[in-house]
Design a protein around this ligand. Structure first.
Ligand SMILES: [Zn+2]
Length: 496
C-alpha cells in the first residue's frame, strides 16, 4: 500500500474525522477502591491487597479524592457535573484483570457536555472541541513477558489505580488539531494537579478514533481505533498514516473494516490488532457493590473555589496585565511553571526599576526556551534563575548593555552561572554611549568601505545595514545601536 504524502495530497476531496479518548491516571495517594498506595516503580505485587487482587467477598470503597479530582476536571472543561452518577461493570477477561470485569461508569458518567477551545493556527479564531463525557474507572495490572525465563506473569501494582477517561466528540479535523487538543487537555490536568500528563510513562494515554469521508458528506465513515500512541507526535503521525491508509482503501474500491490498530513508531506504520468491540460486547450492568454516586451542589461549589487559575484565564490576564500578544501569552501558559517563571522575571525587572514585560517574555520564550529545549530541560531545571534573567533584561532596558552583548552574557550564565552585573563589569561589556568614541568608529568604517558609501549615496539604502554591522563589529558589539544609526546617517547625508 502506498504511504507517500503525494497520494495524500491528491485526496483533498476527503475530510479526516478524529475523536480522542484519553485515559488520565489520577494523582491520588491511594487507589480508587482500597487504601493501597499508587506509587510508581515499587517491586512487583508489593502494593496490593485482597481488593486489588479481587478476592471473593471483598467490597470496594470509593476514594473521595478521586471524585473531587473528576469534579475539578469537569469544571475546567466547562462540563456539567452530574449530581447523580453510577458505576457499572464492564465485563471482559484479561490476565491482568483478576476480577474479570472493570469497574467503570457507563450510562451515567460523572461529567457530560464539556468543551475545550483550541487554536491550531494563529490566524484563525479558536475552535471549540466538544467533550462528550468524563468517567471514572479503575486501571488494570500489567502482564509481563520478561524477567522470568520461559514464563509470563502478572504485576498487579497498577490494579486499582484511578483513571479518568475523557472522551471527545469527533470534532477534530486534522492531526494538528488533535495535537493542539491534547496539549490543551494535558496543560489543564497538570494545572489542576490531577494527573502528571506523562505520555511516555503511560499516565496520560490516548487512543484515536479515525475515519475519513468525502467533504460535504454528513455521515461518518467507518472508524479505526489507533492504540499505543505514547507521545503527541506519535498521535499526529498515526492519524496522518491512518487517513492515507483509509483513503487508499476507498479509492481502490475496498472497504475500511472497524478494528483496533497498533501503532509502531519505529516502523512509522500500524497493524491490525483485533476487531473493535462494540459496547454491547462488554455486557455492562450497574455495579452492585457500589451505591449510586451522589454529589451535592455545595460540594461542587467548594471544589470550584479551590481551583487554580487555568491556562485560558491566565493567558487573558497576561495579555492585559503585561500587554503581551495572544501568541506569547499562549506559549507562556502552556505550563504553570513557565508562566510563573515569566511573571517572576517581569516582576523582578519592575523591582529593579526597569520593567519591560514584553522583552522579558521574548527572553523567556526565545533565548531561554530554545536553550532549555536544546539540552532537553524543563523550565524547573533552568540553570538561569529568575533573578539572573531579570537583571539581564533590566540592564538591556536601562541601556547598560546591547541585546547582542546580552546574548553572550546569557550563554555564560547558562553554562557557568554568575551575576550578570559582575560579568558586565569584569569583562568591560558596558554599552558605549559616548558619541565621540562611536564617531571615531564610524569615521574608520566609512574610510575602509568607500565603495559602499558611494553605493549608499547612489540610492542603495540597504548598504546602511552592512555599514552598521561593521561599526558594531569595530566596537565589539558594545556601541549603542540607536546612536550608531543616528551618527552614521548624519555623516553620510552631510557629505552629499
Ligand atoms: Zn488494594
Amino acid at each position: 500500500m502506498s504511504q507517500d504524502m503525494s497520494s495524500f495530497a491528491g485526496t483533498d476531496r476527503y475530510e479526516i474525522v478524529v475523536g480522542l479518548e484519553v485515559h488520565a491516571q489520577m494523582r491520588t495517594q491511594s487507589k480508587i477502591f482500597c487504601g493501597c498506595p499508587t506509587r510508581f516503580g515499587a517491586a512487583a505485587n508489593t502494593q496490593i491487597c485482597p481488593v486489588c487482587a479481587a478476592f471473593p467477598g471483598v467490597l470496594p470503597v470509593l476514594n473521595r479524592e478521586v471524585v473531587n479530582m473528576a469534579i475539578k476536571t469537569g469544571l475546567a472543561i466547562h462540563g456539567q457535573v452530574r449530581l447523580l452518577s453510577e458505576f457499572s461493570r464492564k465485563n471482559y477477561f484479561y490476565p491482568d484483570l483478576p476480577a474479570g470485569y472493570q469497574i467503570s461508569q457507563y450510562e451515567l458518567p460523572i461529567v457530560e457536555h464539556g468543551h475545550l477551545l483550541i487554536t491550531p493556527t494563529a490566524d484563525l479564531p479558536p475552535k471549540r472541541i466538544g467533550i462528550t463525557r468524563i468517567h471514572i474507572e479503575v486501571d488494570a495490572g500489567k502482564s509481563m513477558h520478561e524477567g522470568i525465563q520461559g514464563a509470563s506473569w502478572v504485576d498487579l501494582n497498577r490494579t486499582g489505580t484511578p483513571l479518568m477517561e475523557i472522551v471527545s466528540e469527533p470534532d477534530l479535523r486534522s492531526a494538528l488539531e488533535a495535537g493542539e487538543y491534547l496539549k490543551k487537555l494535558r496543560a489543564i490536568v497538570r494545572y489542576l494537579g490531577v494527573c502528571d500528563g506523562n505520555m511516555e510513562e503511560g499516565s496520560f494515554r490516548c487512543d484515536a478514533n479515525v475515519s475519513v469521508r468525502l467533504r460535504g458528506e454528513s455521515r461518518l465513515g467507518t472508524r479505526c481505533e489507533l492504540k499505543n500512541l505514547n507521545s503527541i507526535r506519535n498521535v499526529m503521525r498515526a492519524i496522518d498514516y491512518e487517513a492515507v491508509r483509509q483513503i487508499d482503501l476507498i479509492e481502490s474500491g475496498e472497504r475500511v473494516i472497524q478494528e483496533s490498530r497498533l501503532w509502531n513508531a519505529d516502523l512509522n506504520s500500524s497493524r491490525s490488532m483485533r476487531g473493535k468491540e462494540d459496547a454491547h460486547d462488554y455486557r455492562y450492568f450497574p455495579e452492585p457493590d457500589l451505591p449510586p454516586l451522589r454529589i451535592s451542589a455545595a460540594r461542587i461549589e467548594s471544589v470550584a473555589a479551590s481551583m487554580p487559575e487555568l491556562p485560558d484565564a491566565k493567558a487573558t490576564r497576561l495579555q492585559t496585565e503585561y500587554q503581551l500578544s495572544e501568541y506569547d501569552a499562549g506559549v507562556l501558559t502552556a505550563s504553570q511553571a513557565l508562566a510563573d517563571y515569566f511573571e517572576a522575571v517581569a516582576r523582578y525587572t519592575a523591582e529593579l526599576g526597569h520593567p519591560n514585560p514584553k522583552m522579558a517574555a521574548n527572553w523567556v520564550i526565545g533565548e531561554l526556551g530554545g536553550r532549555l529545549n536544546k539540552d532537553n530541560l524543563e523550565i524547573q531545571q533552568s540553570p538561569i534563575s529568575v533573578q539572573q534573567l531579570g537583571k539581564l533584561v533590566a540592564m538591556i532596558q536601562q541601556g547598560v548593555i546591547s541585546g547582542k552583548i546580552a546574548k553572550e552574557i546569557f550563554e555564560t550564565l547558562f553554562t557557568d552561572g554568575g551575576d550578570p552585573q559582575h560579568i558586565v563589569e569584569q569583562k568591560g561589556l558596558q554599552q558605549v554611549t559616548d558619541s565621540a568614541a562611536i564617531e571615531e568608529a564610524v569615521e574608520q568604517v566609512l574610510a575602509t568601505y568607500p565603495e559602499d558609501v558611494a553605493q549608499y549615496r547612489a540610492g542603495k539604502g540597504k548598504v546602511l545595514g552592512f555599514l552598521v554591522g561593521q561599526i558594531m563589529k569595530a566596537t565589539q558589539g558594545k556601541a549603542n545601536p540607536a546612536l550608531v544609526n543616528q551618527l552614521l546617517r548624519a555623516k553620510l547625508d552631510k557629505r552629499l
